[in-house]
Ligand binder design. Structure first.
Ligand code: GTR
Length: 424
């Protein structure tokens, strides 16, 4: 008997054994469309960077619309402030922001700044999976009123945030640690920008910004959910630029997993971010796509029915499923867009789905772009031992354990930031 399953496109087995990785070749980020080789920073910035940018845009995340006109209507209101947060160490400020005016959607921005600081401090800027109230055990933090995924929702099928899950992701945020290290921490909920499911765009900023109804991931070149989340990070930074306790010229874009993909794209597009961190961003983030290991373009992009996240990427990305060799770029192009600004890529040893070695190789192959600009970059091709942070302008470490963001990661990020964002 023919099982119905057999009629669906079969998903090739996941490769998690280094010896089984098929051979692949990578395009050279320093070779221009006309064949010339980039020789210096000027040529990278003026000729090649715009080409690389367009390749990432067209083939992965789509084009972010120019919203500057809409943003003229932006409204930011301070909803709450507590000067004695974290036992008196920090000031908590909560803003409600309507980045395209009050007719559009809003997001909640949560900010902690260290009370001990004598001058404006650098700020970590990142999105969360569960809402601001999940990032810290602080009863004053508001719950999101937008869609939340099942993991964070009341058990009534409503997709509304469950108040019992306050602080549920605090282990991943280490806000007190960062405050002690002299950093500010700003976060917003990714679902305030767009709910994370294929139809989620309808309620979020994508529909509000493109009211013609131009859907979405199916149209070649249009932005998708990752693009919308990345746009949201820039809107967070707009607000942070107005906060005196924060030095927005030392803003750090970061994110874990799918939000690491969004963080990289935010950092690539918005050069106000002074430092960009990818934590376990995997496929569609720091990991090479042409290296078949763990999650693949086909699996993530929804090429196999019922699997993956078709709404994350622009339509063309899925067309490289099982034909990655035709991709005119790879993750090193995305990473190189951060140059000359510092970049940090981190992996977890047991996170084979995100391909730790592929994430490292993404950074290795972005390195020539740093070098052509006269910067030391990562400076090694050798995979480092566990828990050793390597690199100068580009950092990398792999820590023990699974897909997550833990104190060891934050410690490396703060150490690296201390160095690369130090005031001269
Ligand atoms: C997985 C997805 C990964 C990663 C992860 C996450 O299901 O396959 O690419 O983004 O979700 O965001 O936690």
């Amino acid at each position: 008997m023919l099982l119905p399953m057999l009629l669906l496109a079969a998903i090739p087995p996941t490769i998690s054994d280094e010896a089984k990785v098929p051979p692949y070749t990578l395009p050279d980020p320093l070779v221009c469309a006309d064949g010339r080789k980039v020789t210096d920073a000027k040529m990278w910035n003026e000729v090649r960077r715009p080409e690389v940018f367009r390749l990432v845009e067209e083939n992965m995340f789509g084009r972010t619309p120019d919203t500057r006109k809409l943003q003229a209507a932006a409204v930011t209101e301070m909803r709450e402030q507590g000067k004695d947060a974290l036992g008196g160490k920090a000031t908590r400020t909560q803003f409600k922001v309507w980045p395209i005016g009050k007719k559009g959607p809003s997001f909640d921005l949560l900010l902690y700044t260290p009370n001990a600081a004598k001058s404006p401090v650098p700020v970590f800027v990142g999105l969360s999976f569960g809402g601001n109230y999940t990032t810290i055990e602080d009863p004053a933090v508001f719950l999101p009123s937008t869609w939340v995924s099942k993991q964070w929702a009341l058990n009534d099928g409503s997709n509304r945030a469950d108040p019992k899950l306050r602080g549920g992701q605090s282990r991943r945020w280490e806000i007190e640690y960062l405050i002690d290290r002299g950093y500010a921490v700003a976060t917003a909920y990714y679902g305030d920008f767009e709910a994370d499911f294929p139809e989620g765009w309808k309620e979020g900023f994508r529909a509000a910004i493109s009211p013609a109804g131009v859907n979405t991931q199916w149209k070649d070149g249009e932005w998708a959910a990752i693009g919308c989340w990345a746009w949201g990070m820039s809107r967070m930074l707009d607000v942070l630029e107005t906060v005196p306790a924060v030095d927005a010229q030392r803003a750090i874009a970061h994110g874990h997993s799918r939000l690491g993909k969004a963080g990289l794209w935010a950092g690539a597009q918005d050069q106000r971010f002074a430092f960009v961190i990818s934590n376990d961003s995997g496929c569609g983030g720091a990991a090479l796509n042409k290296r078949i290991f763990g999650e693949t373009v086909g699996v993530i992009s929804g090429y196999y029915k019922g699997r993956g996240f078709p709404h994350w990427f622009t339509a063309r990305f899925a067309t490289f499923s099982e034909r990655e060799e035709f991709m005119p770029l790879d993750s090193h192009y995305l990473l190189a867009l951060v140059a000359p600004r510092p970049l940090y890529v981190a992996s977890a040893k047991e996170d084979s789905w995100a391909d730790p070695v592929g994430e490292f190789l993404g950074a290795v192959h972005a390195d020539p772009v740093y070098h052509v600009m006269g910067l030391p970059g990562l400076g090694t091709k050798e995979y480092p031992p566990l828990s050793k942070s390597v690199g100068t302008t580009v950092g990398y470490h792999v820590r023990p354990g699974v897909h997550d963001i833990l104190l060891e990661d934050w410690k490396n990020y703060a150490d690296f930031a201390d160095r690369v964002l130090a005031k001269k």
